[in-house]
Design a protein around this ligand. Sequence first.
Ligand code: MN
Length: 214
Amino acid sequence: MHTIDISSLDLHRPVNGQFQIQPLPYDKTMLTPAISGETLSYHHDKHYAGYVNKLNELFDNDEFQTFKGLSLEEIILNAPQSVLTNQAGQILNHELYFEQFLSPDYASEPSSALADAIINQYGSIDSFKSEFENKGVALFGSGWVWLSSDADGTLYITQEKDASNPISKGLRPLLTFDVWEHAYYLDYQNRRASHLDALWSILNWRLINTRYIH
Ligand code: MN
């Protein structure tokens, strides 16, 4: 595997040392029934916003001041594993997650080089979706299932525990489903598989394509 160069990523940087809460790019009711407005209110306004506020507070702590001003990616890759890297990881994970859903220029299927790579490696788009969903369902506890690519464009489906992100494996993050219970429990209770299956209907593959072809 040829690991990516971090400088090829679109780095998530703070403004004057403070990370900003990014607004959702769609109305909270638009993702129903895959994700209800109530779930988005908690998930974005409470969980995600909480990670941003907590990270900004941590920079006041002497042991973390040296990391103030760095991008989320640089904190994740350079700071010792700690509450700091957990907050930075969760902010990056959630920003990549929330922005990948419906938008006015939404595309329901992958195209061009990404579609070719998926079919090449997984046989078909449907068999890719099955494998991706199965890895999400099988992830024990809290975490994320990711589609990523290496520097050669080879694809990887990985399970990331808790706040982890595939950049720590040298991979470019493309697509993710959040399998923490806060992402689906209000709407689907214990039926994680049903929730993951519903997410395909709101996924904006046009955006995923732009992450792959950079
Ligand atoms: Mn979440």
